[in-house]
Design a protein around this ligand. Sequence first.
Ligand code: ADP
Ligand code: ZN
Ligand code: ZN
Length: 675
Amino acid sequence: MAVQYASIIIDISHENVDRVFQYRIPEQMLPDIRIGSQVCVPFGSGNRTRKGYVVGISQTAGFDESRIKEVAGFVTGSVTADSRLIELAWWMKERYGSTMNQALKTVLPVKKRVRARNRQVVETMVAGQALSGQEGEAAIVRLNGQQQRIVEEFCRDYDEGRRRPYLIHGITGSGKTEVYMEMISHVLAGNRQVIVLIPEIALTYQTVMRFFARFGEKISVMHSRLSAGERCDQFERAKKGETEIMIGARSALFTPFARLGLVIIDEEHEGAYRSEAAPRYHAREVAEHLTQMIGAQLVMGSATPSVEAFSKAKAGLYKLCSLNKRASQGSVLAATEVVDLRKELEAGNKSIFSRRLKELIEDRLEKKEQIMLFMNRRGYSSFVSCRSCGKAMKCPHCDVSLTLHNNGRLVCHYCGYTVSMPKACPECGSGYLAGFGVGTQKIEEMAAQMFPQARILRMDLDTTSQKRGHEAILTAFAGGKADLLIGTQMIVKGHDFPGVTLVGILAADVSLYAPDFRCTERTFQLLVQAAGRAGRGRRPGIAVIQTYMPEHYGIWTAAKQDYETFYRQEMGYRQLMHYPPACHMLQMQVAGEDERLTGHMMDLIRDSVVRHFGSCLEVIGPVPAPVYKVNDIYRKILYMKQENYDILIRIRNYVQERWDETEDCRQLTIQYDFS
Ligand code: ADP
Ligand code: ZN
Ligand code: ZN
């Protein structure tokens, strides 16, 4: 048998996980050694034996053969949580095309400075809860028939070891969270541990407090705001078994529980589950692999499942459960009305409030009921352009429009560049420069003008940048301190405001034009979630969707809250265009300061990929990225579509090998994104 070498990390809790040491693998260990194996190796002066983890195996020695020592043996005992995470990192590296080092840093908590602050976070949350005056005791509700059936089936499957993932398709307010909590109780009773993922944006008092009220001390919460040291500390407690439930954003998935029995992913469709940094993984896919690896159960839930997840459920790979009525006594889904903005314009109404929406707002103010106005931010950022020559004011470093802020300055939201608003157009000298489109600040001003009696709160990136700004605003609104809440995406996610009986979506269709094949899906999700905010309490609610495109299927299916029809239409489009999940797609992005070199290298990659894999591959591009230039770096993208994921992985490896050997590539970066 050929000699093989193992790359081993000695101290995984150290930041330098890239400091790996190579050891020869003795022949008798070859059949059993694998990525993640825990082994003993001679290390340091005097060759003291230390424990380490195998993170790579290769046929070649990285340096002088004669100086390589030999692995002493396996560490006996059961497989540790850490070895499983290292195995998971290996899978992520392969699947998402990152380096092992990047994958390890993603799954392993790394120590920088350790400060124990978690308790404090929890305590401030509890204190905040007490102050906000909402009740905090664990009122265990009696599940209704639909909820009961799902929980019973889950318990049976769980006890009998059937581990097919569950997808709960439940309308907003149908009681998914209650179902999760019952499932958790069952798993805890069997002495196993639980990870609950919620999108970062929903990490608010309300969601987290419900879990606290029910499970108290057993819970640990992980915000992305925690420092690396705090995160590490949380993981340490989990490893020792001091907590039973970890609730948190994406990265909580890597909690090293020794007896993990269940992973729950709430709001499964959320974009926050996809990592923006390499490895660019999706928490749903990783959770699926992890639970399969260790025999744990996976449960996902959403009112608007991702097309990916729903298609797997349709194919029988997931078990599909539905909850189609509101759980709380007397609560029903909001009625939805679509207003055609073109008709408003025809009738001479140039305001951002349609006549119908205005009438309803006035009615609610009169009745002292609450209102939420939702603005789709992407299309409504207030960029400034010249009304005479049409030139838009752009950031000199990034290929995006500058945004006008209240203080009269123009700001680039990509790089932070700011400049005061020019008096005249730099292009033609005309003085007719004006803000175009409407930001949340502007809407607040207009609402204040039109409804002077209303008490208004605004929630967007500007008002929530202070620590806890987010919770403060939501708590004030929940406590009836305002009549009208204006905001972006943030206000539509997961909060329960029983006093809200009207939701206005000011411009529904702008997100339909984003340069992304998922844009209709996103629009649908946003609209359904936004409409779901109305009428969560006892009084019925109305959602008004203002749009220029009432005939678009993304709009009218959302207005009817008809997921199935939306799904069929959307799947038809994906199949026609060979987009995921009908096909797999690899996006390669090359970026560099040298525009010519960036383009040239992308062309070379395209040619060589087409030469080697062309017969079985659909290649599009290279094209400039949706934002071509950021911080003076140019970015180009190549799209490759293939039904077989493994072929895409082979292409990635093929490109990376050549990339590493090419001198010119040192000045550029390459990034892979699989979907
Ligand atoms: P979802 O997570 O699907 O949005 P929640 O679990 O938050 O739904 O439930 C919505 C509301 O209905 C909550 O106030 C919850 O306490 C209540 N609720 C859930 N299940 C029941 C039930 N079986 N009986 C009465 N109220 C319920
Ligand atoms: Zn001009
Ligand atoms: Zn910029």
